[in-house]
Write a protein that binds this ligand. Structure first.
Ligand code: APR
Length: 232
């Protein structure tokens, strides 16, 4: 692992399981309990903003009580040991940043940011629960999250694609690779000739395309791959 120049860690909900945050799919998944069409899309928000905010406040409350895990910390420490480390995450929990990662591309936004639809103002907010759900008397704050049906921001995709084209080591961690366009991003790293590793206790649709697959949890695999970082 010593001589790589640019590492990209591409993470999904499985990265945060060991912090106590459930995944979206599989047993106990969020979408097994909640129909995303009622809680996590623009149409639901316009139909019943209070119901959507109740759901997101519950998510904020759960996440606020969780800590980055050993896997997040190893990724954060990698930045001091390699010329460049980029985190491209599908997660909205902010745990990579709390662990100390600096270059983090949040493909699906963040549950800790709010957007005012009337003015476009974006604001960080860590209140649990959110004290004032309205940015103006006639307008609700919207969670700055890419919900189902929302486009990803062009600048976010551009930054991710540039990192994927430049990296020489690509590690996919804890994603089921079923949500597009995020699920297509690993193919860019593969085409750019990077060494690619998939870390996931389960097979995914893309597993056969990786140079290396590790049927382990995020922290188990990262401890083995980066023992010097796990020790410090
Ligand atoms: N370590 C690593 N991977 C794990 C662990 C673990 N401890 N536990 C579970 N996993 C794996 C599961 O096997 C699964 O493949 O994490 C993956 C989680 O898959 P999803 O729940 O589908 O999460 P993700 O791939 O991040 O979903 C993508 O879908 O709902 C939308 O916007 C949401 O960002 C999310 C996107």
């Amino acid at each position: 692992m010593a001589n790589y120049r640019h590492l990209v860690f591409f993470t999904g909900a499985g990265m945060s399981v060991e912090s106590g945050i459930p995944t979206y799919r599989g047993s106990g998944g969020v979408w097994a309990q909640y129909n995303y069409q009622e809680y996590a899309c623009q149409e639901a928000f316009e139909r019943d903003p209070e119901k959507v905010w109740d759901f997101h406040d519950r998510r904020r409350e759960l996440i606020a009580g969780c800590q980055p895990n050993a896997g997040h910390r190893i990724i954060a420490k990698a930045a001091a040991h390699y010329p460049r480390v980029t985190v491209i995450t599908q997660n909205i929990d902010g745990l990579h940043q709390r662990a100390g990662s600096r270059e983090v591309i949040e493909l699906h936004g963040s549950i800790w940011r709010l957007v005012c639809a009337a003015t476009g103002e974006v604001r960080e907010n860590f209140e649990v629960p959110l004290r004032n759900r309205r940015c103006r008397p006639d307008c609700y704050w919207r969670p700055d999250i890419v919900w189902f049906g929302d486009p990803l921001r062009a600048e976010t995709i551009e930054a991710a694609v540039a990192a994927l084209k430049d990296c020489d080591l690509f590690l996919s961690i804890g994603t089921s690779a079923v949500v597009y366009p995020a699920a297509r991003l690993p193919l860019i790293a593969m085409e750019s000739g990077a060494h690619t590793i998939e870390i996931n206790p389960e097979e995914t649709e893309l597993s056969s395309l990786y140079r290396e697959t590790r049927r382990q949890t995020a922290s188990e695999a990262l401890r083995e791959l980066f023992p010097a970082l796990a020790a410090v």
